[in-house]
Design a protein around this ligand. Structure first.
Ligand code: BTN
Length: 255
């Protein structure tokens, strides 16, 4: 039905016409021993989840709403690398559908023309030093028109259709996305994080660029220095010291 050209990714696909959130189904399936590479796809989500308790609008057949169950043999603290890997995979896939270069905004937003077109929500179940499973939730706005997209005060949203003036086949994009994901995952497992880091840094903020860091409590200016092995954002603050950020948001700083 899905016509996937993958080896193991998506060998089992749980498809829902409508569901609250594919993340919820994924957690249940993983706890029921679903295999590495199992995928949950929904045509519509009624309670799509975003990062930081935000809602992710997931209208019927307007985008890609899917979750991937992985059982990677890596230490739990390295799980954020999978989010960064997914971001590079999304950037690569989206790039092949548009003439605009997608930009990755740390940690997990994919932007086209400065507007968000895709997001990633990674959730992990671990015990001590062992990952039980990781659920990677992927949301891509594909066929929404401008009026169909909720606009956020902080970050404008866009879709592939808005950026290209075309309707796209969601199934085709899912096929491409999963093939690219599988390849990148294999390379990552074999060669480690360095290639992902390189790809990420090539489509993300430029080293030295001024950024504005926002946490729930505070915001401050900094210079972007790169990403760390554990997925942290490395930056230099006004005090010229190198620091790391584990959760929060960054924006370009127009001083
Ligand atoms: C974000 O940018 O805040 C992350 C958005 C992640 C959305 C996807 S859609 C499929 C999966 N199911 C959910 O409820 N959320 C993720």
């Amino acid at each position: 039905q899905w016509g996937l050209n993958t080896q193991w990714l998506g060998r089992t696909i749980i498809h829902k016409e409508t569901t609250a959130s594919t993340q919820i189904i994924a957690h249940q399936a993983a706890q029921d021993n679903a295999k590495h590479g199992t995928i949950i796809i929904a045509d519509e989500q009624t309670k799509g989840r975003g990062r930081m308790d935000r809602t992710w609008h997931s209208a019927q057949n307007k985008g890609i709403w899917l979750s991937i169950i992985l059982r990677p043999a890596i230490l739990p603290y390295l799980a954020p690398q999978l989010t960064l890997l997914t971001a590079t995979v999304l950037a690569e896939t989206i790039r092949s559908y548009t003439n605009t270069e997608p930009l990755i905004k740390w940690p997990n937003d994919i932007l086209l023309n400065n507007k968000k077109t895709a997001g990633i929500l990674t959730e992990m179940q671990a015990e001590q030093d062992q990952i039980q499973y990781v659920v990677i939730g992927i949301g891509v706005n594909v066929n929404q028109t401008y009026n169909e997209l909720p606009q956020d005060v902080n970050l404008n949203a866009t879709s592939l259709q808005i950026e290209t003036n075309k309707d796209w086949s969601i199934k085709n994009i899912i096929q491409d996305l999963l093939v690219t994901f599988e390849k990148s995952y294999e390379t990552y497992m074999k060669n480690g994080f360095s290639e992902v880091k390189q790809k990420w840094e090539n489509s993300g903020f430029k080293i030295g660029e001024n950024i504005l860091i926002k946490t729930s409590r505070d915001q401050w200016e900094a210079a972007f220095l790169g990403i760390a092995e554990d997925g942290a954002l490395i930056y230099k603050g006004i005090d010229k010291e190198e620091k790391r950020l584990y959760s929060g948001e960054i924006e370009w700083f127009q001083g």
